[in-house]
Write a protein that binds this ligand. Structure first.
Ligand SMILES: Cc1cn([C@H]2C[C@H](O)[C@@H](COP(=O)(O)OP(=O)(O)O[C@H]3O[C@H](C)C(=O)[C@H](O)[C@H]3O)O2)c(=O)[nH]c1=O
Length: 161
């Protein structure tokens, strides 16, 4: 599989939007998503938060049908890796990397077929919020999970540096 070669660029259909931190004497507040800023197809149907320990990577994964809506707001900074693996995409085989989180609070929508992973590059546990447009394992958790996992692929083209 290592013969797959990616070039760096911006991936079609991935949206990266800054999140505004409303800070005051009490602390801060960040809006995570609003239906008036999303197309209906991307309206979240569930949300979860995960903690990732320093130096740890989650992914690479892709979804067949689900769009992920990640919000990286801290604590912690992450290196986010994206690889366009959609044969019908104008940016097929484009890879994109960015630093997100405490130092760059953003939300990122990742369409199906875009392989993704993130690594906590901080020296403390980091949090990531996700509000996807599909239910994990379907209604009542009775369906197959919509994900293709590449973590254990030998000679993987999805390189985490
Ligand atoms: C996503 C999810 C997971 N789980 C359970 C299943 C496992 O027992 C446990 C950890 O889930 P998983 O191993 O799938 O987590 P990661 O492999 O780190 O995947 C995560 O990070 C990568 C980068 C992603 O893109 C995924 O969307 C995100 O789930 O939580 C649930 O019960 N509900 C959920 O919605």
């Amino acid at each position: 599989m290592s013969e797959v070669l990616f070039r760096e660029g911006q991936i079609e259909g991935v949206q990266i939007r800054p999140l505004r931190r409303f800070s005051d004497a009490r602390g801060w507040l960040v809006e995570l998503f609003r239906h008036d800023e999303l197309v209906p197809e991307l309206y979240p149907v569930m949300a979860y938060v995960s903690e990732t320990l320093p130096g740890v990577v989650r992914g690479p994964h892709e979804h067949r049908d689900q769009t992920d809506y990640f919000a990286f707001i801290g604590p912690g900074d992450f290196k986010l890796y994206l690889w366009d693996y959609r044969r019908d995409s104008p940016t097929y085989l484009v890879a994109q990397k960015l630093i997100v989180g405490e130092s760059n609070a953003v939300c990122v929508t990742i369409p199906p077929g875009v392989v993704h992973a993130y690594k906590n590059i901080s020296d403390r546990p980091g949090l990531v919020f996700n509000a996807p447009n599909r239910l994990y394992a379907g209604w009542g958790k009775k369906e197959k999970v919509d994900e293709i996992r590449y973590e254990d692929l030998s000679d993987s083209p999805f390189v985490i540096d």
